[in-house]
Design a protein around this ligand. Structure first.
Ligand code: NDP
Length: 359
């Protein structure tokens, strides 16, 4: 019986999060892209951080009153993964099939999507932002439950590194939701359609694969990683966070007001008369220092588990390399089309793609 329930849990949770996203208080903001039908800036209603804390509090209260054990999601993870998989497929079909085709092949449309922007309930819910939100919350609940399993198993002999991994993952998610508005200025929002890649990616891949470092180590005993090593791993994570968050915020403020200083640094720019590009601060280190930051954060998170010789946790930062290196090449092509000679000038001024002095 519990296995059947577990299969339906992700789907039910995603629906509940849809309702919370739609009905909890939120703030309306203008996005970066324009609505192709009206040419006006897209509007979004954001309340991700509130939905996140409502979900985490519910998990805690249900566990506290013994209604659902804290490690339930860990015990039935394979059934939940199966349910999330099915829900993700159903969702992907539902957001692709009803809309006019974009590519000749249905499968290309299915994978990449047909609609650029899908909003529900008079714009109160944006499909892309909802997808990133539910992915983040399901990941957090998985991380908490997996860690609870470790604690229930080992009690006072639990590994400090496991708790650190969960704290860093939680920080990563809260940080994303705190700066949810900045996400409106990223590739995901301006260059992607809603299909399998984004839908299945956020409903299945994000909450389960991103938890792989915990999934693969919470059953193992404390590896007794020296405290000095753990401190280095946490510092590595925050170095990555500084690069990633710093670059994303610098660009966000620049797009809103190209003359405003960020962290006391006035924007230095190049221009062709129509467009402006930033060439200093984070955007002067490499053309995608934020991608390097993301990879360093992932590495710090998995190292904290204390099993550097185990292959599974490494898949997490490796995935970022596989995702972000080709993405940089795609983004570069997009920028060549958009900025022309100005982009060549930027490339001369900032020759490194991702890793300063190396690549
Ligand atoms: P960027 O935020 O780097 O956006 C690239 C765009 O920024 C370009 O297309 C261009 O768009 C603009 N731009 C580039 N260079 C400049 C410049 N010098 N001055 C002004 N504008 C510039 O990339 P993404 O959107 O791909 O990534 C956003 C964040 O999300 C990153 O930190 C990334 O690491 C993270 N991410 C996280 C993932 C995760 O799973 N955790 C997955 C994928 C990404 P425009 O046309 O607007 O000028």
């Amino acid at each position: 019986m519990e296995r059947t329930v577990a299969f339906f849990v992700p789907g039910l949770l995603y629906v509940a999060l849809f309702l919370l996203n739609g009905f909890l208080p939120g703030r309306w903001v203008h996005g970066y892209i324009s609505n192709p039908e009206t040419s006006e800036k897209m509007k979004y209603r954001l309340n991700g951080i509130l939905v996140f804390f409502a979900a985490v509090l519910s998990w805690f209260v249900l566990g506290y009153f013994d209604m659902i054990s804290y490690d339930w999601l860990y015990r039935y993870r394979w059934y939940e993964l199966g349910g999330a998989f099915a829900f993700g497929m159903f969702f992907s079909l539902a957001v692709v099939v009803p809309y006019p085709s974009v590519k000749k092949s249905f499968w290309k449309d299915f994978y990449l999507g047909r609609k650029e922007n899908l909003q529900f309930m008079d714009g109160r819910i944006d499909a892309k932002m909802w997808l990133y939100l539910v992915g983040a919350i399901m990941l957090e609940l998985n991380a908490l439950s997996f860690t609870a399993h470790h604690y229930l198993l080992y009690q006072h002999q639990s590994s400090t590194g496991i708790f650190l991994t969960t704290i860093l993952l939680t920080y990563f998610l809260i940080d994303y939701l705190t700066f949810e508005e900045v996400h409106l200025y990223t590739y995901d929002l301006f260059a992607e359609r809603v299909g399998f890649k984004l839908g299945w990616g956020c409903l299945v891949f994000y909450p389960y694969f991103y938890a792989i470092s915990l999934w693969s180590t919470v059953d193992l005993p404390d590896p007794h990683t020296p405290t000095s090593f753990l401190i280095c791993y946490v510092l590595l994570f925050f170095l990555g966070w500084g690069l990633s968050r710093g670059a994303n915020l610098q660009k966000y403020f620049f797009k809103k007001n190209p003359t405003k200083a960020f962290l006391g640094i006035l924007p230095e720019t190049i221009s062709d008369g129509n467009n402006l590009l930033l060439v200093n601060g984070f955007w002067g280190m490499s053309r995608h220092i934020n991608y390097l930051g993301e990879i360093l954060m992932g590495t710090g998170i998995i190292l904290c588990t204390g099993y550097p010789a185990l292959i599974w946790p490494w898949l997490y930062p490796l995935y970022y390399v596989i995702l972000l290196f080709p993405r940089q090449i795609d983004d570069d092509k997009r920028c060549v089309l958009k900025y022309g000679k100005l982009w060549d000038e930027y490339k001369q001024k900032v020759p490194y793609r991702i890793i300063p002095f190396i690549y």
